[in-house]
Design a protein around this ligand. Structure first.
Ligand code: GDP
Ligand code: MG
Length: 437
């Protein structure tokens, strides 16, 4: 995928003392190829790499720590800028606010209408009305009704009327009379752009004068998404783009291209079929995703998967009673090891990834510690206090380590235990803790 590709090309720069015309050209060729593979429009990719090159060459490389890191930063910032820089706002003025949904059939308009109604109702205290202006497929009206019921938002329909312009106009009137302050008009789409569809949606727009005309596009359609966006924009001059189906491992190339080609902001992204799978579009986050930087969410999820909650509670209890012992200690180490490659996990923490890139960390890091603990008797593990100097010597011999290493571990363990006890006491009764200190 794109992040892997970019990472590989940045690796080329590693170890180079400064950014030169030659090594930048090599890297950028790879970046461009990676962008093209992720469905980024050719012209956009070229323009992008040209800008990055200009910025990189202009940098005072003497002050730059590492050319590779500098390049990552330049590419990241430039990607975010290309996608709009800041999160675009939604125009909620007007009474009622009218939002018109446009796009091809299957792009996700109806689902997004429901998602928007839900979000703006709960976050902006709006009183929404959904309008079924897709008159060609009875199933489409039914679909919107089902969504409306799920989120407790009424759906305006006119059975028997097959004029979507009339329906939309009547819906606005209905909203005014009944004090709805947000009207979301869901429209029909075709499988491909045709003149009749364009005329119809243009007529609806003219009739209802929406504050927001949103163009909904399936991010999995790649290059086609850009062409469709262009055509809809020529007819509708829409206000914003909604990228749907950006869940799973969908490539983000469409976001990059659409923004540049039609020069309209991406305002929302749909990330799943459920009604709360909706996000405002954050350019910097999207750039993070494309570059594979600091995916802290993935880290947390991965850790949670492996963590047995019951075990955690038991541990808490033991810590509070100062009964945390070497059996728990080794269980913790095994827990960490179970979470997968430690370096992989650590590299997901923003800021850490780069720092440990060249350091050799693996499961072996715990080998010495484990050997020492395994050389303890069961009694010693559960009562570390009894480990005197003759026991220490025996443990060192048994584990193939030195007495210094055993001492170090025991000291660290004692410190950890004290810290854990203090932390748990503080959590249980902060006021008492403060007085005692
Ligand atoms: P419309 O024809 O433009 O109204 O599209 P629909 O809203 O009916 O959506 C078409 C299909 O795409 C449905 O099966 C939706 O459940 C699905 N869908 C819509 N948005 C998303 C999304 O963000 N992620 C995923 N995975 N599926 C989506
Ligand atoms: Mg629909």
């Amino acid at each position: 995928n794109l992040s892997d590709r970019l990472e590989r090309s940045f690796k080329l720069l590693k170890g180079q003392g400064r950014i030169t015309e030659i090594n930048v050209a090599e890297t950028l060729k790879d970046v461009r190829r990676a962008l093209l593979d992720a469905d980024v429009n050719y012209k956009v990719a070229k323009q992008f790499t040209d800008t990055v090159k200009a910025k990189a060459m202009g940098q005072n490389v003497i002050n730059a720590i590492k050319p590779g890191e500098l390049m990552v930063k330049i590419v990241h910032d430039e990607l975010a800028l290309l996608m709009g820089g800041e999160t675009a706002h939604v125009n909620l003025s007007g009474n009622p606010t009218v939002i018109l949904m446009s796009g091809l059939q299957g792009s996700g308009k109806t689902t997004m209408s429901g998602k928007l109604a839900k979000k703006l109702k709960s976050q902006n205290s709006k009183r929404p009305l959904l309008v079924a202006a897709d008159v060609y497929r009875p199933a489409a009206i039914e679909q919107l009704k089902v969504l409306g019921e799920q989120i407790d938002v009424p759906v305006y329909t006119e059975p028997g009327n097959n004029n979507p312009v009339e329906i939309a106009e009547n819906a606005i009137r209905h909203a005014k009379v009944n004090h709805f302050d947000l009207v979301i008009v869901d429209t029909a789409g075709r499988l491909a752009i045709d003149e009749a569809m364009m005329k119809e949606i243009a007529a609806i727009k003219k009739a209802v004068k929406p504050q927001e005309t949103l163009f909904v596009v399936d991010s999995m359609t790649g290059q086609d998404a850009v062409n469709t966006a262009k055509e809809f924009n020529q007819t509708l001059d829409f206000d914003g783009v909604v990228l749907t189906k950006l869940d799973g491992d969908t490539r983000g190339g469409a976001a990059l291209s659409i923004r540049t080609v039609v020069d309209k902001p991406i305002k929302f992204v749909g990330t799943g079929e459920k009604l709360d799978a909706l996000d405002y579009f954050h350019p910097a986050r999207m750039a993070d995703r494309i570059l594979g930087m600091g995916d802290i969410v993935t880290l947390v999820e991965k850790a949670q998967q492996q963590f047995d909650e019951k075990q955690a509670r038991e541990l808490q209890r033991k810590i509070a009673k100062n009964q945390f012992d070497f059996n728990d200690f080794i269980a913790q180490i095994q827990q960490i090891k179970k979470m997968g490659n430690i370096k992989d996990l650590a590299s997901m923490i923003p800021g850490v990834g780069k720092a440990i890139k060249d350091i050799d960390i693996d499961d072996n890091a715990f080998k010495g510690i484990e050997a020492i603990i395994q050389s303890m008797t069961a009694k010693e593990r559960s009562n570390p206090d009894i480990i005197n100097s003759s026991r220490r010597q025996r443990i060192a011999r048994g584990s193939g380590t030195s007495i210094q290493e055993v001492n170090r571990l025991l000291k660290q363990f004692e410190q950890t235990r004290k810290m854990m006890k203090a932390a748990s006491a503080f959590k249980a009764n902060p006021a008492k803790m403060m007085r005692a200190m």
